[in-house]
Write a protein that binds this ligand. Sequence first.
Ligand SMILES: *Cc1c(COP(=O)(O)O)cnc(C)c1O
Length: 426
Amino acid sequence: MTRSETLFNRARQIIPGGVNSPVRAFKSVGGIPPFIASAQGACLTDVDGRTYIDYVGSWGPMIVGHAHPAVVAAIQAATARGTSFGAPTEAEVQLAEAIIDCMPAIEMVRLVNSGTEATMSALRLARAVTGRELIVKFTGCYHGHSDSLLVEAGSGAATFGVPSSPGVPRATAHSTLTLPYNDLPALQALLAQRGQEIAALIVEPVAGNMGCVLPLPGYLQGLRTACDQHGVLLILDEVMTGFRVARGGAQALYGIRPDLTTLGKVIGGGLPVGAYGGSRAIMEQISPAGPVYQAGTLSGNPLATAAGLATLEIISQPGFYETLEARSQRLTEGISWALTAAGIPHLGTRVGSMFGLFFTHRTRVDNFAEAAESDLNCFNRWFHGMLAAGIYLAPSQYETGFLSMAHDDAIIDRTIDAARAVAKGL
Ligand SMILES: *Cc1c(COP(=O)(O)O)cnc(C)c1O
């Protein structure tokens, strides 16, 4: 038995499913997840001493690579000064300034501890400032696990949502309406009917939790216009895309000014951080400036702000995103050629260093229903073939892959060689 198998068996006795977040358990692809002992640059090493080229990147945060010396040094220095004070610090001001510098739609920002907390708090704020209770989300978009957002479409188009997990009150689910992604007419029809009751619409500007699904040209602009017509706040959930698809996030890439933005992942540099921000008028409603309550014992934690600041400094260097983009293109083109040469139907998608791969005959995937037509058996063979070849991909067809700046051409070419060999066996 490998050490990972032994650890997974121990873990399953005492941690639900053996993991602290579900997708880590390899449930959809089968098999035992490697337990990771360490990571460096583009690579992970497991407890059995196997090394993998990593395209999960902790699900998005590790854009500068694992254990980047500048990030490690910043965390070590902060640790030596004390790990938590429960009182304001200079680094919080600096991180807030750095975020605002990247995203002009954010005039004020509040730091929290996770993406889930950021979206949950943004919804409360949107409901408070509009005096309305309904929320619109899009099927296949993920916004963390708060009750209002663990909701899926009920029967019929644009009906009240129903809980997507036991334990979510039906009444809570009913206050979230769901629509298909990339379908502006469906949204316009809903807003024409019930616009006056809707506080906010929350959307992933590039959907990264149903594979990687791009917004259709004009879709995000269409959301902005529709929201303006009905006094609905537009919340761009940039927990994944923020500082990832561009320094200024998807809002910079696509030229959209949201009312509220939610952030996470990259801004923590691998430590637990989230944030939400928007205009001064809206954000001043948050306690203690205003009446809308939101708090956190460890919010703005000194280690997390140090890691975030060090990461933002690296990604702000000239040429960072251009280099990352070129490498990402090299990788996804190489993988696509390998699959095409082996005659495997597939659709590759990519924005910056976020990439998806659907095993499908479709030439476009614009929403969750289309993503769900993919050949999951083929994905599972691909996933396990690549893992055996030392390439660590996300263990689900419905996740996005990420590159970091540590993925240099040699690492990418090793990945493409592996893809060629695995594709032949599919
Ligand atoms: C990861 C993610 C979240 C949730 O963030 P957590 O830190 O896991 O709570 C929310 N929204 C999007 C778009 C995400 O990708």
